[in-house]
Design a protein around this ligand. Sequence first.
Ligand SMILES: Cc1cc2nc3c(=O)[nH]c(=O)nc-3n(C[C@H](O)[C@H](O)[C@H](O)COP(=O)(O)OP(=O)(O)OC[C@H]3O[C@@H](n4cnc5c(N)ncnc54)[C@H](O)[C@@H]3O)c2cc1C
Length: 432
Amino acid sequence: MQDMKRRDFMRLLGATGAVSGLTVMGIPTSVLAKASGKVIVVGGGFGGATCAQYLKRWGPDLDVTLIEKDAKYVTCPFSNIVIGGEMSLDQITHSYDGMKARGIKVITDEVTGVDAGAKKVSLKGGQTMSADALVLSPGISFRYGTVENDDKVAESMPHAWKAGPQTMMLRKQIESMKDGGVVLIVPPKNPFRCPPGPYERASLIASYFTKNKPKSRIIIVDSKPKHSKQGAFHAAWKHVYGLGEGKMIQWVSGDDGGPVIKIDPSTMTVEKEFGDKYQGDVINFIPNQKANVLVEKAGLTNKDGWCDVHQNTFESKVAKGVYVLGDASVATPMPKSGHAATSQAKNCAAAIVSMMAGQSAPTPTYANTCYSLVSPDFGISVAAVYAFKDGGIKKVVGGVTPPHPKEKDRFYKNEAKYAKGWYKSITMEMFG
Ligand SMILES: Cc1cc2nc3c(=O)[nH]c(=O)nc-3n(C[C@H](O)[C@H](O)[C@H](O)COP(=O)(O)OP(=O)(O)OC[C@H]3O[C@@H](n4cnc5c(N)ncnc54)[C@H](O)[C@@H]3O)c2cc1C
C-alpha cells in the first residue's frame, strides 16, 4: 500500500468494526435488543444478505424477511478464477440455509414491483407484503442502447458480469478457442460494478493461456483513458505475462481511438469512435450499467440511473423508510464492490435497529478492500477507510499495492493468500 504502512491501515480498519464490547457504534446492545418492527430486505447478495444478518443479530426480536429470486447465490468475487479454470462454479455458490437457521425468513421469489411510499412489495408468486422499513439491494442492470448491438450479444459474447450461467459460457468459449486465438475484453464506462474486475479477468485468462495456449492473446479494448489499479496491473502484467502490442496482454486506452461505439457479432469485431476495429475469436463485451430496473421502476433513481441516498444511513433521498444499498446506490467515493456493499449494509442495519429501538442512528465509518488476482498466487489490492463528514462519505485513508518490484514476489504471494482469506470470511459473514 502506497500511502501508509499496512500495519497502521489495519489498525484504522479495525476502528471501522461496528461492534466493540457490548456496544454497537456506542449504543449498548441491551438497548438495541429492544428494537421491534418488521423489515423486508430485497436481494440476497453482498448488501442484502449482510444487512439481513446484522438486523437479526442486533435486533433479535425484529421480524426480518429476505426476498431473493434465486435459491442460491453465486458470487461475482472469484468468478474470474472460474473463467480462468482454477475453481468450479460450485465453490463460489452459497445457500441461504444458514440465514434461515438464524431466524431470518427467506422467500425465494422475484419482486416485480415496489410501492416505495407504502413500503410494499409485490412478488411474482402473487403475494404482496409491507413492512416498517424496506431495504433494497438488487444490484445492477445493463444500460442497453449506448453501444450499437449491445442488447443482442449476451448469448454470443457473454458479459459474465452477473455470476452463474454467463460465467460458464465465457469459460467454455475460452476453453474451446484455438491456441493462437485472440480474446477481446470490452470494459464498460464508469461508473460500473467492480472497477478492477475486467483487468483481473484479463490476468486470469492470461494465466490459463500461459499454461495451456501460450500463443494466444488478450486485447482489452477500453473506452476509458485510465483504469482501476492501473500502475499495479500494468507492472504485474509486464513482469508475469508481457504487456503491449503482440504481447500476451494489450490494453487499448479510450484515448486511443475514442470510446467503443459498436460491436458486430457477425464479423466478431469491436469498433471505436474514430474507426479503429479489433477482431477477436472470443469477445467478452461488458455492457454499460445502471441501478437494477426494480429500483428504477419504483422511481428511486436519479437522472444518471442510480439511487441517491443519505450517506449516513443509506435511506433513499426520495422515499422515507426505504433504504438502497450496494451497487444500486450512489456511495461515491466508495467503489461499487461487494466489500463496500457489506460495509454499507452493517451501518444501515445499525441505523434501522437503533431507530426501531427509539435511538437516533449512529455516525457511520465505512471500509472497502478489493483484492485482484494477477494469477492464482499473485495478488494486488486497493483498500480505504471512509468517514461520514459534512453530509457525505469522505475517504480518510487508503492505498493501492505499489507497482511490482521483482525482488518482492513473496509480498504478492501473501496478497493472494489474503484474497482467499477475505473471500472465506466475507461469505461466512453473509451466509454462515
Ligand atoms: C467479475 C467480478 C468480480 C468481482 N470481484 C469482486 C471482489 O473481488 N471484491 C469485491 O468486493 N467485489 C467484487 N465484485 C463486485 C461485487 O460482486 C458487487 O459489487 C456486489 O455483488 C454488489 O452487491 P449488491 O448487494 O449491490 O448486488 P448483488 O450482490 O448482485 O445482489 C443482488 C441480488 O438481488 C437479487 N435480485 C435482483 N433483482 C431482484 C428482484 N426483482 N427480486 C428478488 N431478488 C432480486 C439478485 O438475484 C442478487 O442475488 C466483483 C464483480 C464482478 C462482476
